[in-house]
Design a protein around this ligand. Structure first.
Ligand code: WTA
Length: 634
């Protein structure tokens, strides 16, 4: 691959210009480098007002042909995936492209034997083990639509997703390892499936060896099926716009949004952005520390790297186990050249002694990446000095589940970096900042709503089963433009700085959490009348959650500490431990407008300790409540 490769800032500007003036020519030139059964008739058809976009119309391909088969002749014995287990004593696995082909084929044949057909949805609830990558690729091989659910989600969250996408089969494991914990995945699955009568089959990977229940007629161990499956397979012919996967993300209402990504555009966008942002070269060992259960893992552990024939590391564990040197040990051990991680991990490790870092040889590193939330200045400098030895550019990559791939980011070695700035849009990406009156902001240093005014190949095409919601959520606030839900500003040279969410989504430790589903979970607690969740700044997590809670009986006699625990338990069960509250305040009332809406803007300010300028409170029905809440916080 090589069309429009960027090696310098000058070249970036040239390529960028081309991509904006002639987007169709630009993307079709890049698409030429891929393997197609049949090329496209038209590069792009779109009607953004209606949230309608098609790329590479009538092109036929299979993404696994591009991620696996086409590498076999030249790179069959090259390592595709390095699996680094949770326990450093367990040996790492090196899976070559030849082996990946065989393992994906076996899995694809098993799925076919189980009756999975093109277009069927397959739910994947697996820890970070090779079977996770292999299962997703196997789905793509046979044209089934994978829907991975992060293995930290609760049974309720899992069953909601299974029902929403009407999955007929689920792949899971007996359990998972994470630091010094084991997670009872199969137990969670059994609970979830009580509410999913339409799910027919469960295939179970053995990982922890835990003693689990196998339901007759529904559950099967995967390994014996793989053992007898053929290690070759035919790749289904997919249309460019056939669904590749569904991945759920939080929204401002309780129901998660199943973002649907399709085949060709997603492949080309992730491959091109991976290659250029990280300046990937043939001998590199690239490591993204995300979980494949999130979009970062889909695009930049799996599809983007494999489309480039890269060696990609999959890490099962956590940065703090068995000690705070674990990341650096992995970098040293596998001679990692590109490290892509999240600010929350950098902040957590930055709080520990730098001896953990200096103990290891990090000289293999060339490029560092950051994703998931704004990276604060202090974390940026720590990453730059202690990990990158001031010689590795930091690519601060802004993007979303919805965008499929990186949108705004430095290109390593080409774009001069600037702490806290995601810098410049990648080729093909046309950002604009919009004010509340729907006017474009031309001035520098003014925060606006970050929108994109032209389609890009990696964008989600719809919300599964709810195109109207897709249109309303993303294309209605600023008609004809995609609205990201993030705020941003531009500096005098045109660099973008992402300032954070402008909606009811809070990013906690890099995880997207909608406040509405958490409130729904809390409100189900019998003692709770009403609640409002807001984010507040947190040293390591970036943001943490504070819940303002009104109890049904103000004279609630139960111990408040117990209640706090019960409420958090409730959240864990409904969503997952990641959504637990850091702080909780019982209040008698919440600030509301005359129409009864909770004024979260004010609560956010109080929660952040910014009580001196609460802004306009004149529309409040109950202005007295503010001083009560501020008093109560003390
Ligand atoms: C935030 C993760 C600032 C942002 C790829 C976005 C960022 C949300 C950055 C999407 C960044 C992601 N700087 N903020 N470099 N990267 N975000 O869907 O608020 O899990 O809207 O996708 O994360 O989170 P998601």
């Amino acid at each position: 691959m090589g069309a429009y490769e960027i090696k310098s800032l000058e070249q970036y500007f040239k390529v960028y210009k081309k991509s904006i003036r002639e987007p169709r020519k630009f993307w079709s030139k890049i698409a030429e480098d891929f393997v197609w059964y049949k090329k496209w008739d038209q590069v792009l058809e779109h009607h953004l007002e209606n949230a309608e976009v098609k790329w590479f119309v009538n092109g036929k391909l299979n993404i696994t042909k591009n991620c696996i088969d086409r590498h076999l002749a030249k790179r069959g014995d090259k390592t595709a995936i390095i699996f680094e287990p949770n326990d450093p004593q367990e040996e790492a696995q090196h899976i070559t492209y030849n082996q990946l082909y065989a393992r994906v084929s076996k899995m694809a044949n098993v799925l076919r034997d189980q009756g999975v057909k093109k277009g069927d949805r397959v739910c994947v609830y697996l820890p970070m083990i090779p079977e996770l990558a292999i299962t997703l690729l196997a789905c793509a091989r046979i044209g089934a639509v994978h829907s991975a659910v992060f293995a930290g989600f609760s049974s309720t969250a899992l069953s909601t997703r299974i029902r929403d996408c009407e999955a007929k089969i689920l792949i899971t494991a007996d359990g998972g390892f994470r630091g010094n914990k084991t997670i009872d995945l199969k137990g969670i699955v059994d609970e979830a499936l009580e509410d999913c009568p339409d799910l027919e089959k469960v295939l179970v990977v053995k990982r922890t060896g835990a003693d689990i229940d196998m339901k007759k007629g529904r559950d099967m161990w995967l390994q014996p099926l793989l053992d007898t499956a053929l290690n070759e397979s035919v790749a289904e012919v997919m249309d460019a716009e056939d669904p590749l996967f569904i991945l759920y993300t939080s929204g401002s209402t309780g129901r998660p949004k199943g973002m649907l990504h399709t085949t060709a555009g997603y492949m080309i966008f992730t491959a091109y952005t991976f290659k250029n942002v990280f300046q990937y070269e043939e001998k590199d060992v690239y490591w993204c520390t995300a979980d494949i259960g999130w979009v970062t893992g889909h695009s930049y552990i799996l599809y983007g790297p494999l489309a480039n024939g890269a060696t990609t590391v999959m890490f099962e564990g956590v940065p703090s186990y068995p000690d705070y040197g674990r990341f650096w040990e992995v970098v040293d051990k596998h001679k990692v050249t590109q490290l892509y991680t999240a600010p929350t991990a950098i902040r957590a490790l930055g709080k520990e002694s730098t001896d953990w870092v200096t103990k290891y040889d990090l000289s293999s590193l060339k490029v560092l990446g950051s994703v998931g939330e704004p990276i604060n200045e202090e974390a940026w400098h720590w990453y730059n000095s202690h990990v990158g030895d001031k010689k590795c550019p930091i690519v601060d990559t802004w993007w979303q589940t919805e965008t499929g791939g990186i949108m705004i980011s430095p290109i390593a070695f080409a774009t001069p970096t600037k702490p806290t700035y995601a810098t410049l849009p990648l080729p093909g990406v046309q950002p604009v900042l919009m004010d509340e009156k729907r006017n474009e902001i031309e001035k520098n240093q003014v925060v606006g709503n970050l929108c994109i005014r032209f389609p890009w190949p990696g964008m989600a095409r719809t919300i599964w089963g709810d195109h109207r919601r897709y249109k309303e959520t993303y294309f209605s606030a600023f008609p004809g433009k995609y609205f990201s839900g993030d705020g941003a500003l531009r500096d005098e040279v045109g660099y973008y700085r992402i300032t954070g969410r402008v909606d009811d989504v809070v990013i906690v430790s890099g995880h997207n959490l909608g406040t509405a589903p958490i409130e729904d979970a809390i409100n189900e607690h019998p003692a709770v009348a009403e609640s409002a969740i807001v984010g507040f700044p947190h040293e390591v997590k970036g943001n943490a959650l504070l819940g303002y809670i009104i109890l049904k009986e103000t004279g609630e006699t139960r111990n408040r500490e117990n209640l706090t625990q019960e409420i958090n338990q409730h959240i864990s069960e409904h969503i997952g431990p990641i959504a637990k509250l850091d702080k909780l305040q019982f209040v008698n009332d919440l600030p509301k407008t005359r129409s009864g809406k909770i004024m979260r803007r004010i609560l956010r300010k109080i929660a952040s300790g910014d009580t001196d300028n609460l802004g306009d409170t004149s529309t409040l029905l109950n202005p007295d409540v503010i001083s009560d809440i501020i008093e109560g916080a003390k």
